[in-house]
Design a protein around this ligand. Structure first.
Ligand code: 13P
Ligand code: SF4
Length: 313
């Protein structure tokens, strides 16, 4: 039976009270709903959130993001208790790369250095040589000797983008993100005609043909920094629409237009990220459940490439 919360409860003040009482920290990704971002102790991209989780002194980490992010927090900081508002918050990219199939893929390409995007499970991390995020993928690949063959997983769009940027040929796992594959280039072109001054900015998980037209490409944090530092006044934003909350907050005078999806749907919302609600954040904090647990031998194997990423960053 779903847990009941009194409608008269002030969730904002209760969450603030519980965080203090339990020495807890609430970490949130930019794709979380605005209320969660506003009550969080820290909002960031995957790399920033991993670093925060690694260095926190809090006893309890409430991770408002998706499973691989909370799992990363536990891998990096195992003595802390990590809970999620909804344990079912997964990721289509992560799901696209099952561990057994990935082991076969690696076997087919022996002697390759394995670079895995952080949007993958601990079981994939454990089979990787280094992890990257959207903000440091180019740097990670540039770190690898030029004559070394590379396998890149699971996002083929980020992989193609990094290959182009670095001039390296890489064998790509064919995974994609359901959100970043959804944008309609035809509708974006129409929007650009109506708003000729607007800059098109995109996350590198978008398809290569869209990225080729973008004025700026970057991680969620990099996109936010770009619009804040830019002298331009209007932007078409090709990533999950949650990031618009911080963009508008930091730049109330600027115009942000979410890149339209192909259909009349809310497909530019990540259905996994949006499983988390303020009510579930409150319950996770109050009841300290659902907890993220990981077997110690798997954690230790997944830690190696994550630590390498942090050393190379
Ligand atoms: P960032 O690391 O850029 O925040 O991306 C995370 C993500 O899941 C994008 O879909
Ligand atoms: Fe995964 Fe895409 Fe959602 Fe990011 S937006 S968490 S890559 S499904």
């Amino acid at each position: 039976m779903p847990k009941q919360i009194s409608p008269s409860l002030d969730l904002f003040s209760e969450i603030a009270r519980l965080k203090k009482e339990k020495n807890a920290v609430l970490l949130a990704h930019y794709y979380q709903e605005p209320d969660i971002q506003d009550i969080a102790d820290f909002v960031g991209d995957s790399l920033e959130l991993a670093k925060k989780a690694q260095n926190t002194q809090a006893d309890l980490i409430v991770f408002a993001g998706v499973h691989f992010m909370a799992e990363g927090a536990k891998i990096l900081n195992p003595t802390r208790k990590v809970v999620m508002p909804d344990l079912r918050a997964g990721c289509s990219l992560s799901d696209s790369c099952p561990p057994e199939a990935f082991a076969k893929f690696r076997k087919k390409h022996p002697g390759h250095f394995v670079v895995s995007y952080i949007n993958c499970s601990a079981a994939i991390k454990a089979q990787s040589d280094v992890i990257c995020t959207s903000s440091n993928a180019v740097k990670m690949v540039e770190h690898i000797p030029k004559d070394q063959g590379i396998l890149f997983a699971p996002d083929r769009n980020l992989g193609a983008y990094v290959a182009e940027k670095t001039g390296r040929s890489m064998i790509l796992w064919q995974g994609t993100c359901i959100v970043h594959e959804t944008f309609s280039e035809r509708k974006i072109a129409e929007l650009r005609l109506k708003n000729p001054e607007a800059k098109l900015i995109a996350h590198p998980e978008c398809e290569p043909s869209l990225l080729a037209k973008a004025d700026f490409i970057g991680s969620t944090s990099a996109l936010l920094k770009f619009v804040t530092d830019s002298s331009h006044q209007a932007f078409i934003v090709a990533t999950e629409e949650g990031i618009l909350h911080q963009m508008k907050k930091k730049n109330p005078e600027k115009l942000f237009i979410p890149a339209p999806p192909n259909h009349q749907c809310a497909c530019n919302e990540c259905p996994f990220m949006k499983l988390n609600t303020l009510e579930k954040v409150y319950l996770a904090l109050r009841d300290e459940t659902p907890e993220l647990v990981i077997k110690e031998d798997l954690r230790l194997r997944a830690l190696v490439p994550l630590q390498r990423m942090l050393e190379w960053s």
